[in-house]
Design a binder for this molecule. Structure first.
Ligand SMILES: [Zn+2]
Length: 226
């Protein structure tokens, strides 16, 4: 037996195995998860900021970072939602009578969310509403936000973070996803309506953005551009 030959063969095999391992370690995450990014900014000419321009700019930066994070996107890898989340064409309401596919996948939701990479939204910042935190109709690039409602809803977050969470939610309406109902039964301030969270994409996105934003704020996460 030629020991030196078999030793070098073993060495060669080891080297190939090691190279394959490194290659698969590098490639595998890219195959299972492709992170995408979006940059939301406000239209400075047509927006109405109630003298809170700097805070609103920060909110858009935080919202862009939230939506672009792997933390956020990975949530939707294996989720399915009812198809009615799609808005009726040209309207601001859910497609309740749709007769096609019954579900829309998290992947389809992410495709809608990232169909544009640079988006300029006009924001109308108002003081208070009786019911909502904000309002957006699909494809209008226009969102209304009620800052007193938003602050009251997320009292533990700084203003820019709370507005950012709301922007993430509202942007889902911009890309064509609507609510079936606006009635949610939340057990307390820190937990969503279970049915709404399970079925309503925009509601789900709002809560997940809230959880991530809270974690980032508590951990002093550095957000580029902020
Ligand atoms: Zn909404």
């Amino acid at each position: 037996m030629n020991f030196s030959t078999s030793y070098s063969k073993i060495n060669q095999t080891n080297l190939i195995m090691r190279k394959l391992f490194i290659l698969s370690a590098l490639l595998f995450p890219a195959l299972v998860f492709a992170q995408r990014s979006i940059k939301l900014t406000s239209n400075s000419v047509h927006s109405h900021f109630l003298e809170k321009r700097k805070t609103i700019d920060s909110a858009f930066t935080i919202a862009s970072a939230l939506l672009s994070s792997e933390e956020f996107q990975s949530i939707y890898t294996n989720l399915d939602f009812p198809y009615w989340n799609h808005c009726k064409v040209g309207e601001c309401s859910a497609d309740k009578n749709h007769t096609g596919p019954e579900t829309t996948t998290g992947k389809e939701v992410m495709n809608l969310l990232f169909k544009e990479a640079n988006v300029v939204m006009t924001i109308d910042l108002k003081k208070r509403s009786r019911h909502a935190l904000g309002a957006t109709c699909p494809g209008n690039y226009f969102t209304t936000a009620y800052y007193e409602n938003i602050l009251k809803d997320m009292p533990h977050l700084p203003y820019a973070y709370a507005i950012a969470v709301n922007l993430c939610h509202e942007y889902m309406h911009q890309v064509g996803l609507c609510h079936y109902s606006n009635s949610f039964q939340e057990p307390d301030d820190e937990h969503p309506d279970p049915e709404g969270f399970k079925n309503d994409v925009a509601y789900n996105v709002g809560w997940n953005a809230y959880y991530i934003a809270t974690k980032w704020y508590v951990n002093h996460k550095v957000i580029p551009g902020l």
